[in-house]
Ligand binder design. Structure first.
Ligand code: MN
Length: 227
């Protein structure tokens, strides 16, 4: 057999000054659920009782925009604006310091979620694969080279100019160091892994034509249109 794998999708990277600084090839996408207390509460959970839990998307879920397509099988796709971390080295049972040292870039992304399909999956005790892993389920902005941004940074999403989500990275229940350390005890993490770190409160539906603007202080914004 002679089969050629599709080329790995890659995200553009800029340096501190905003100049092009190569690209980051994406291997896998890991996500953490309910990592901000106010979002856990809006989804009906007590954040104090929960250790971190993880799910995944595919590299093929990435959407580089500027158009981000909704899936045909859902009537209720929600935005979740998130800090994403890009790993440049291998992590296995890492300490928090080792984990933070492996982060080579960061950016702003949406963890798009087909909430109707997710609710069905939850009720049936089934995986979230379709709800979270569909093609285009991970709109992602340009990455900025460097480590984890300061946790005092504000994270926000506007839709058509209206503020929908707002918080600060220091509201994470599991901040990047402990989060990546925990994840590296479950999976051997690899260069090319992208980690979605959870969303603050205010999630809600997107419609075709919506203009999205995701921002985290100090990082390139995620700008685009939902189609
Ligand atoms: Mn999320």
């Amino acid at each position: 057999m002679n089969i050629t794998l599709p080329e790995a999708p890659s995200l553009p990277v800029v340096d501190e000054q905003g100049a092009a600084a190569g690209s980051f090839p994406v291997g896998r996408i890991f996500c953490v659920g309910r990592n901000y207390g106010d979002h856990a509460r809006e989804m009906g959970h007590d954040p104090d009782l929960e250790p971190p839990f993880f799910f995944s998307k595919f590299a093929s879920s990435l959407s580089l925009g500027p158009d981000h397509a909704l899936p045909a099988f859902s009537e209720d796709v929600h935005h979740e604006v998130e800090l994403v971390l890009a790993l440049g080295s291998r992590l296995e049972n890492a300490t928090e310091a080792e984990a933070l040292g492996a982060v080579v870039a960061a950016g702003v992304a949406l963890d798009l979620t087909a909430r109707d399909r997710q609710a069905e999956a939850k009720a049936a005790g089934r995986p979230w694969l379709v709800a979270k892993g569909f093609d285009g389920a991970a709109p992602c902005g340009v990455l900025k080279a460097g480590g984890v941004p300061p946790l005092s940074a504000r994270i926000a999403l506007t839709v058509n100019g209206n503020l929908r989500q707002e918080g600060a990275l220091d509201q994470m229940l599991w901040p990047p160091g402990p989060l990546l350390a925990k994840l590296s005890a479950l999976f051997v993490l690899q260069p090319g892994d992208l980690i979605f770190t959870g969303t603050p409160a205010g999630v809600g539906p997107l419609r075709a034509g919506d203009r999205i603007e995701g921002r985290i202080d100090g990082l390139p914004p995620l700008l685009g249109v939902i189609v």
